[in-house]
Write a protein of this length. Structure first.
Length: 91
């Protein structure tokens, strides 16, 4: 399996870091690192996340990393990280 980040997911990580860093730069860096590490772990176990039926026939899934949701799609042998956000955000 290969892992690729969509442009929106990368923008989400940057937005989260920019939001958190004025308060605590180290915590912001740890948060982004934990989100990227969790996404990388999907390579070994891609179907560990909950399948989101509303996206069928696409295979879109989600995992929770602390208080953050990571949505991803499995297409053939590639995992695309689609979006990342805090679960308190209005999505």
């Amino acid at each position: 399996m290969e892992l690729k980040w969509a442009g929106k997911a990368l923008s989400d990580l940057a937005r989260l870091y920019e939001f958190l860093s004025p308060v605590n730069r180290d915590a912001a860096a740890r948060t982004v690192q934990s989100l990227t590490n969790a996404s990388t772990s999907l390579i070994a176990n891609p179907r560990i996340g909950e399948k989101l039926e509303e996206f069928e026939p696409r295979e879109v899934r989600r995992i929770l990393v602390g208080h953050y949701e990571v949505r991803y799609e499995i297409v053939s042998s590639t995992i695309y990280v689609l979006r990342v956000w805090h679960t308190r955000e209005d999505r």
